[in-house]
Design a binder for this molecule. Structure first.
Ligand code: FE2
Ligand code: FE2
Length: 459
């Protein structure tokens, strides 16, 4: 049985996959399980039919693309200047109401960011064809050319770990759409290269939200490096945005099939508009609702864990947690009893002191993100007089990784495997290690460096 039934009927009659299906497919493609290839193809055809119905802002002729990309970049720069001016005049943050809101965003775009670059995995096979160089270099840069400090997936994972917000359990299915598209494009590049090129063209143009996110994350004490890195790398004058246009022009057929190719590029371009975009994710945050949803998820684990000696408004904690739908009233009861004092420092709340600190009774019950939700909900309009600590980037972590590499069993096996292979065969061994699932592992990082060296030697 396939997760996604093959196309039939007119595109507009296509239903979206049933609930849970995007995530299921994402996991299947990520684990590269049996049947992943055919499933990816059926899924892509379905998404392309949806994308083809969306409006398109690409110019009519490919020759106009460079000017189009530059105009777009200039418009973003101007909008950003307007944003900065507004902030200088004392305007409020435009995106993140508080730190919990920012972590909410980081968590929900994680399924996409954790496969950053995956749509280009299929260009590795074309290393001999110089027309692919722009795309190949873009992909290798996504992988940090094998340096963990520059590998986009490693950087994003470290960011999630630093704020303990990497848990995907509570994420709705819609957050997996873009990641699944990226993985599927990487899997089926042979059949869909024009679409891959079009998708890349859309993804690598610098968006305004990236600039604003970076600015506001820093303000909230969150390292914006993943985002600032893309500001410098995805620009339209020399970066990935520029390479995207150049590669398209290189690979466009000279005569026959030119229009059809560009039509398919435009469909791939619009695949970027499916699923939930960054600004929609950000706009979807509502603090109280997230606090309640989080406690509701936790309820199942906590309902038998509390002692019965303390009652809150006539019920024990276990009774409050025994059935769904009581969280809002429970929080109100805690406020009533004075255990939660909103709109002041959370330290003044007994409930908060039970959660935060090494000696707190509920130490370790809540993740970093969950604590931030509770903290910001309690704090409300209270402002911490202490500004967030300035962010110092720590590079020593990757030195430790290098040291760890020597004992990594996968890496030892890969090295051994390569040792008596001729260069061409080495590349065939290496390429699977540069895939979305593997390139961020020690053996994948090594394979990326080795791939670059070997290609340079063979040219
Ligand atoms: Fe990236
Ligand atoms: Fe990029």
């Amino acid at each position: 049985m396939t997760l996604f039934e093959p196309l039939s009927g007119t595109p507009s009659a296509l239903p979206g996959p049933a609930a849970g299906r995007y995530r299921e497919l994402y996991d299947l493609l990520y684990s590269n399980g049996a049947d992943a290839g055919p499933q990816a193809e059926v899924f892509l055809r379905q998404q392309m039919a949806r994308a083809a119905e969306l409006p398109c802002d690409l110019p009519e002729a490919p020759e106009q693309l460079s000017a189009w990309a530059q105009a777009r970049c200039a418009a973003v720069a101007q909008d950003y200047a307007g944003y900065l001016e507004d902030r200088k005049q004392g305007g409020a943050r435009r995106y993140f109401s508080n730190k919990a809101h920012a972590l909410y965003f980081l968590q929900r775009v994680a399924p996409t960011k954790e496969v950053d670059g995956a749509w280009l995995a299929g260009v590795l096979e074309h290393w001999q064809d110089v027309r692919y160089d722009g795309l190949l270099n873009t992909y290798l840069e996504e992988l940090g050319r094998g340096d963990p400090r520059q590998n986009h997936v490693v950087i994003y994972r470290n960011l999630l770990a630093a704020h303990d917000c990497g848990d995907k359990q509570g994420l709705a299915d819609e957050y997996f759409v873009q990641g699944a598209i990226q993985l599927a494009l990487g899997q089926c590049s042979d059949a869909f290269m024009p679409e891959v090129i079009g998708y890349n063209l859309g993804y690598e143009q610098l968006p305004l939200h990236l600039l604003i996110s970076a600015y506001e994350l820093r303000e909230l004490g969150i390292d914006p490096y993943y985002f600032t890195l893309h500001v410098t790398i995805d620009n339209a004058s020399s970066g990935h945005g520029h390479k995207a246009v150049e590669s398209l022009l290189e690979l466009l057929p000279m005569e026959q099939g030119r229009d059809e190719f560009f039509r398919r590029v435009a469909v791939g371009y619009r695949l970027n508009d499916l699923g939930k975009g960054s600004t929609a994710v950000i706009a979807g945050f509502e603090l109280q609702r997230e606090v309640i949803a989080m406690l509701e998820r936790k309820r199942c684990f906590g309902q038998h864990m509390h002692s019965d000696f303390c009652q809150i408004e006539g019920k024990t904690v276990n009774q409050w947690l025994a059935s769904p739908g009581q969280i809002e009233d429970f929080l109100a009861a805690l406020e009533h009893k004075g255990w939660i004092k909103r709109n002041r420092s959370p330290q003044d709340s007994r409930f908060w002191r039970l959660i935060e600190g090494n000696t707190a009774a509920m130490f370790g019950v809540f993740s970093g993100y969950e604590k931030q939700l509770l903290h910001d909900w309690i704090a409300g309009d209270w402002h911490d007089p202490q500004r967030p600590k300035p962010i110092a980037r720590d590079h020593s972590a990757s030195d430790a990784l290098d040291a760890g590499e020597t004992h990594d069993p996968e890496l030892i096996a890969l090295r051994k495997n390569l040792s008596n292979q001729p260069p061409q065969q080495q590349l065939r061994t290496l390429i699977p290690w540069l895939s979305a699932q593997r390139h961020c592992r020690p053996a994948g990082l090594y394979a990326t460096r080795r791939f670059i060296e070997t290609v340079a030697r063979l040219r």
